[in-house]
Write a protein that binds this ligand. Structure first.
Ligand SMILES: [Zn+2]
Ligand SMILES: [Zn+2]
Length: 126
């Protein structure tokens, strides 16, 4: 396979952005892969930036996901505590508390599954 721009020169790599085969002169080694000199370097850098940012967002969301579950569970426990104290209207806080604790458990399991699936994504760093 020869360079997209130079018919006589053998290609040494493929641009990460446009997938053209290119010779040494036409390629630039970006921090995250090869790209056409000037034309595609910026695009590859932008792409890498977006991938990096979305990954960071996903990591932040993992923490938030568990926090939501924990807060929900705590609120449920507070309601349960009210209900356990008794009184004529105990059934409402008991029902709400049970519901919230149950929801928090379901939520936590779902998050665990989701986080596990995130762990299976192919590592984009080379
Ligand atoms: Zn390119
Ligand atoms: Zn070339």
């Amino acid at each position: 396979m020869n360079c997209f721009n130079h018919d006589a020169i053998a290609a040494v790599g493929i641009c990460k952005h446009c997938n053209k085969a290119l010779c040494h002169e036409c390629l630039t080694d970006t921090t995250n892969g090869l790209a056409c000199t000037a034309t595609c370097v910026e695009s590859v850098n932008t792409l890498n930036y977006l991938i990096d940012r979305s990954r960071k967002t996903a990591t932040a969301q993992r923490g938030n996901a568990y926090l939501t579950s924990i807060l929900l569970g705590l609120m449920g426990l507070i309601f349960l505590a009210f209900g356990v104290q008794g009184g004529r209207n105990a059934s409402l806080p008991l029902a709400m508390g049970t519901g919230m604790v149950g929801l928090s458990i379901v939520y936590a399991f779902r998050m665990r599954k989701w986080i596990k699936s995130l762990g299976h994504e192919p590592d984009l760093d080379t």
